[in-house]
Design a binder for this molecule. Sequence first.
Ligand code: SAH
Length: 248
Amino acid sequence: MSSSTLDLTVLHIAAARLGEELTPAAEQAFRRYAQLLLEWNQRINLTGLNEWSEIQRRFLVESLGLLPWVDQACVQSPACRVIDVGTGAGIPGIPLKILRPNLSLTLLDATAKKVRFLELVVRELALLATTPIHERAETLAHDPTHRGQYDVVTARALAHLAVALELTIPFLRVDGLALFPKGPEIEPELRESQRALEILGGEIEAVEPMPLADLVGTIGTIVVVRAVRPAPPQYPRRPGLPAKRPLR
Ligand code: SAH
């Protein structure tokens, strides 16, 4: 499919509703990204979504819904640092970067072929200050150039919230925000994450309906967690353990 045949109407409506301007450069970047995603997904399994309309709604529009929180966390940081943990094919990191080119973005994933795809996306879209890293969060979060360094961490479809918290909170500076796009039924997961929050030094800042649900096509929730003190140095535990024995 050529990128000019991709219909961006839904993305335009979403942007307008959020008061965002979709510049020609952003539109071009979204088209190229979508084209690469569709092309590469036929060769290597990047994501379960194969339909352009689905990608546009579930990936691009849903990512846009996080922008107000990114902006809030970045208000004090002109060179705002964002890490997308378990980014897969770049969701939500790449759409956020397209709309906020000033972000300094780390794209972290444990699967090598996905990181190779992201390296291609960074080149093809000429994204500045965007670094794909092939590593596990359990390991990178102990690297002093990443631990406690980020204003924002995002994680979509990574794990149960209790697990995702252990894999993300240690990346945040105190007062930084973790953003988790989740499904509609969030209450049990929140209850099961109380202990993880206490241990890791996070506090729930907001639990709110995902904006633009009618455009996304499903009802979702954004869980926002604020880091209120540095995470204890032993977290995250060694690779595999957070998922195997969640802090619940
Ligand atoms: N965020 C993307 C991908 C979700 S799938 C989206 O919303 O579409 C989850 C991704 O997390 C996979 O690509 C997997 O490789 C990665 N992942 C799982 N555990 C991880 C870990 N401990 N560290 C880094 N990446 C991890």
